[in-house]
Design a protein. Structure first.
Length: 178
């Protein structure tokens, strides 16, 4: 009978161990299921946020399409003048090509705004005296050749000879990199 009691005790121990194992497995499965549900919920939230960000991006893209098109059209004109020397050289070339009589020229670099995209500009003070039509056509070619420039001062006076004009022009050319 002693072996019968020990077999029963062994079976009770084995049954208890199995119940403990099943309970631990059930708890682990329940925790994994909760974790899985939480991860799925976070993934759905992240997906919704990604969709919202995609919609916002498309909206911003649509709103800025014209600005980006304008920027791409003007960018080559601004990038042509990265240094004040580039801008000076371009003005000198335009004067040479226009074959106008230049009385004086003065170039200086001025700070426009420290916080802006274009912090400096080359300011060219030019005094030209030549034939009326020739000088005005040259001024038009100047604006055409450097579309990013701004004529901040333009004074026309009668010249010393017949059909001549005395043209005083101040031109500002934005400099991207200084």
């Amino acid at each position: 009978m002693k072996s019968h009691q020990s077999a029963c005790a062994f079976l009770l121990f084995l049954t208890g161990a199995m119940l403990y194992g099943v309970n631990a497995l059930r708890n682990a499965t329940s925790a994994a299921r909760d974790l899985s549900t939480q991860a799925q919920s976070e993934a759905e939230t992240a997906e919704q946020m990604a969709q919202l960000a995609q919609i916002q991006l498309k909206t911003l893209d649509a709103k800025t399409a014209q600005l980006r098109l304008l920027q791409s059209e003007w960018k080559p004109h601004f990038e042509a003048h990265r240094t004040p020397q580039d801008a000076e050289q371009r003005i000198v070339e335009i004067i040479r090509e226009g074959d106008v009589f230049l009385i004086s020229q003065k170039f200086e670099t001025r700070e426009t705004d420290k916080d802006s995209l274009i912090p400096t500009a080359l300011v060219a003070d030019l005094v030209v005296e030549d034939d009326y039509a020739k000088a005005l056509n040259w001024l038009g070619r100047l604006e055409e050749a450097i579309p990013s420039c701004r004529i901040s001062k333009c004074t026309l006076e009668r010249g010393d000879r017949g059909n001549d004009i005395h043209l005083i022009v101040q031109i500002q050319i934005p400099i991207l990199g200084s």
